[in-house]
Write a protein that binds this ligand. Structure first.
Ligand SMILES: [Fe+2]
Length: 333
């Protein structure tokens, strides 16, 4: 079949955590999402009509464990599954319970790089209750999907190969950045009009991953600048740690801040990123992630030591790149 690019949208994110009360305050009171928590050992957040955009399940990981991708139609669904199984990678049908928790009709799961499961579905259920959330003008989702995730990897070329094989992901651009004296290259991949749905950060030429969690940050996009400002104030007033203050990114021009979630990965709230025009887009390389701002707040020597420890640990741990789907990887242009 033809390219599935454009028929793929980040639909939901699954988080495993023990910190439900902190997450309720973080997701509902600070970020300003709609919360549903009637079920045992489950908290869900909505951004829009979809019944579930974030599913929190009880467990020890304190991490994102799966990404759910909405595929536009059954042809796309069959094509993606044919690619996965055709490369010898097994897929698992989600149970009815799992589908219900995620607010989708049916889902299929297969392994993804760095231990992050990938789930695909075609039909999402619509929430029955009206949205009740502090974010007044709402979130930008639709064709662009719920936002994006950024992951760190010791095998960025393989990870790019994986998303290319499975979803026909396209490279939007690169950013070269130095953080705490360490040089990173970040590769931004899109699967639809959103500038990136997955960003892959890697330390240059070293098999080191300084981030404990499978996902370094999750991003959601608010429709109105006032909601960005208000949520920034709520995050601070409620006592959650701010990782990076408000700033603007060089490549997609998104204005955003990064807060620390109760699970220890970061949460970016953004506004007004550019939308990619496929007829004119050319990948480039930017120097630095920000035009201005995004200054680190409250990072301590303890945080830096933790990153160093994670980096050393990553040298001993072999990152699963799902080689069958990554192929030989995609070298940088
Ligand atoms: Fe981001």
């Amino acid at each position: 079949m033809a390219d599935v690019f454009g028929n793929v949208h980040l639909g939901y994110v699954v988080v495993e955590t023990e910190k439900f009360s902190d997450w309720r305050r973080f997701g509902r009171d600070a970020v300003g999402m709609h919360m549903d928590d009637g079920l045992d050992d489950t908290v869900r957040f909505r951004l829009d009509d979809n019944e579930c955009r974030f599913l929190l399940r009880r467990g020890p990981a304190e991490d994102v464990t799966a990404l759910g991708w909405q595929l536009d139609d059954h042809d796309t669904f069959d094509e993606v599954l044919a690619r996965v199984t055709g490369h010898g990678v097994p897929v698992t049908e989600g149970t009815d319970d799992e589908a219900a928790l995620r607010g989708v009709e049916r889902l299929v799961r297969f392994p993804g790089p760095n231990g992050l499961f990938q789930e695909v579905f075609t039909r999402a259920h619509t929430g029955t209750a009206p949205l009740q959330m502090a974010t007044r003008a709402g979130f930008v989702t639709g064709e662009s999907g719920l936002g994006h995730v950024a992951v760190t990897s010791t095998k960025p070329h393989q990870m790019r190969g994986y998303y290319n094989t499975v979803f026909d992901a396209r490279l939007s651009d690169y950013i070269d950045e130095t953080i705490s004296g360490v040089k990173f290259k970040i590769r931004f991949l899109r699967v639809n009009e959103r500038h990136h749905s997955v960003a892959i950060a890697a330390v240059n030429r070293l098999p080191i991953n300084p981030i404990r969690t499978r996902v370094q940050h999750v991003n959601v996009q608010v429709a109105d600048l006032d909601d960005l400002t208000a949520s920034y104030q709520r995050v601070k007033e409620l006592g959650f740690d701010m990782a990076l203050a408000v700033g603007q990114h060089t490549n997609d021009k998104e204005l955003s801040y990064y807060a620390m979630t109760p699970s220890g990965f970061e949460w970016e709230v953004g506004w007004n990123p550019i939308v990619v025009d496929e007829t004119t887009w050319e990948p480039t390389t930017y120097q630095g992630i920000s035009i201005w701002g995004h200054t680190p707040e409250g990072q301590t020597i303890v945080d830096k030591l933790a990153q160093f420890r994670n980096g050393v640990r990553s040298l001993l741990h072999r990152e699963d790149d799902v080689r069958a789907l990554a192929g030989a990887g995609i070298p940088d242009d």
